[in-house]
Write a protein that binds this ligand. Sequence first.
Ligand code: ZN
Ligand code: ZN
Length: 340
Amino acid sequence: MTTTMRAAVVPALGARLEIRDLPKPVPGPGQVLVRMETCGICHTDIHAARGDWPVKPQPPFVPGHEGVGIVEEVGHGDAVRRPDDRVSIAWLGSACGRCRYCVSGHETLCEAQQNSGYSTDGGWAEYALADERFAVPVPSIVSPVDAAPLTCAGVTTFAAVKNAHVSPGERVGVFGVGGLGHLAIQYALISGAIVVGVDVEDAKLALATELGADVVVDARDDDPVEAIRDLGGLDVAIALATSSESFEQAFRALRRGGRLICVALPADGTMQLPIFDTVLGGLSVIGSIVGTRADLADVFDLHAAGRTRVIARTRKLDEINEAIDDVLAGRVPARLVLEF
Ligand code: ZN
Ligand code: ZN
């Protein structure tokens, strides 16, 4: 049995990634060793590798939090997961299980949480460790290539739609139709919303239409706020583009009683909000961070039931730097997934 594995490593914040041979990890109590089949490339991984946010990861580290693979080995103790189970490794790598957030169904707010590919090594490697309680099973009918984007992009937008309390017939704007947005459109449609897709690329606008968006708005030529206000404004605006300007446009496109759901994390993220309009319009601004294990299980079940489509292309681990360049340049259909 081999004792090493290949992994994409961030050697220093902002540096190109290096493919290195690392020792194959050994699962401790409560952990499983997962032989990775796929792992998606999320924008958060790129922010992590560059150290873009106030809380920085410690290099060297292995990014990746859209991991899917097969349990190869179980650590000591009573294990729920068994060898040969297909599981996911999501951003929420573990949480304490005892704090007020964990016990009230808000484990994604746990202050003691560990994050895969950020505070612990993630899935851009042939093997990864997972806390078995947080390794949500993947139904056998869901392919590993589909399951990877569902593990972050899927659960994150599913939770955003849930946190917005979308009702049938409400108008929902999805700002940014990429890895997250293409799934956000589908969850909003499942909830019965009229969906408006907003983007700045022809291919993404075409994708929004193909996935069932009722209206698309090209934020390059139209004033997107005017165009959406002409429709009557939005009940819910989901901000998925890593641009502060897009957040402000999403806010201004709301009609009275509207909710802005903040999901993307622009590196320089600040937002100016008019207090007068917020108060008189009864507007809400809601932060939504990934989703719980129960949300992820629901996401997999919806996909298994044929209600969602994942748009993804696969790459090899060796191509990681080129793949990141392609994501940053917008040269990808929706999601790139590393396949091992
Ligand atoms: Zn992510
Ligand atoms: Zn907790």
